[in-house]
Ligand binder design. Structure first.
Ligand code: PEP
Length: 249
């Protein structure tokens, strides 16, 4: 299998004010001293992208958005386009997070259009998929994940432009995680689907695991085959916790 450099991405969600810049500065200090074997990304609220990009100057920390509109510009009050994120300093954007799918009714088709917008703007799209607890209990996990991948990934996706994040909805913010065996099964199925659709590109695409990743479970989860990094919510808000995950690589 192709060797894939891992990515550890922090999703700050709707958290953070200008003062939160100190967390990035603290993380940068750690990164400067001890070089981890993974790429590092922080996705703050859109209001902080320019501030954090500035604070990350001279470091290897990339900055990303948490969502984008499918269109480049226009009459869409309150929305932010991929081009605007790029202009503010982002190089990645998360699309299809389960909180967007649930709170804003985003469908696979919407997510695909957003991933296409990210690519148009020159951003790497982190496309999220994941089953709910009810779907898991009904034994539908793989069916749901395959369907979301099929509907959410644009035709031209490559390993350079696209990252997949598997995030079981029931594991997000709950402190619960699937077993390493369960994660391995889902990630193997995702890899197979990517290989079948994108060939050599699919073999190189990064597949992140997300859902209650913490310093105490990062090493075990990150050692699972086909886990090429993590998407981290709560534990990305404090530099010390996030570093505990980044340093698992
Ligand atoms: C997330 O929302 O992407 C996430 C993984 O959250 P947490 O790490 O807090 O479960």
């Amino acid at each position: 299998m192709a060797r894939v450099k891992a990515l550890v991405a922090g999703n700050w969600k709707m958290n953070g004010l200008k003062a939160s810049k100190k967390e990035l500065t603290a993380l940068a200090k750690k990164l400067g001293k001890e070089k981890p074997g993974c790429d590092v990304l922080i996705c703050p609220p859109a209001t902080l992208i320019a501030t954090l990009k500035d604070a990350a100057k001279g470091t290897k920390i990339a900055i990303g958005g948490q969502d984008c509109h499918a269109k480049e510009s226009g009459a869409h009050t309150g929305d932010v386009s991929a081009e605007m994120l790029k202009d503010a300093g982002a190089s990645y954007v998360i699309v299809g997070h389960s909180e967007r799918r649930a709170d804003h009714g985003e469908t696979d088709a919407d997510v695909k259009a957003k991933a296409e917008a990210a690519h148009r703007a020159g951003l790497v799209a982190i496309v999220c998929v994941g089953e709910t607890e009810a779907q898991r209990d009904a034994g539908e996990t793989l069916k749901i994940i395959k369907g979301q991948l099929k509907g959410s990934l644009p035709a031209g996706a490559t390993a350079k432009t696209t990252v997949i994040a598997y995030e079981p909805v029931w594991a997000i913010g709950t402190g619960r995680t699937p077993t390493a065996d369960d994660v391995a099964k889902v990630h193997a199925a995702i890899r197979k689907a990517l290989d079948a659709r994108f060939g050599a590109e699919g073999a190189k695409m990064r597949i992140l695991y997300g859902g209650s990743v913490k310093p105490s479970n990062a090493a075990e989860l990150m050692a699972v085959p086909n886990v090429n990094g993590a998407l981290v919510g709560g534990a990305s808000l404090k530099a010390e916790d996030f570093w505990g995950i980044v340093s698992a690589y």
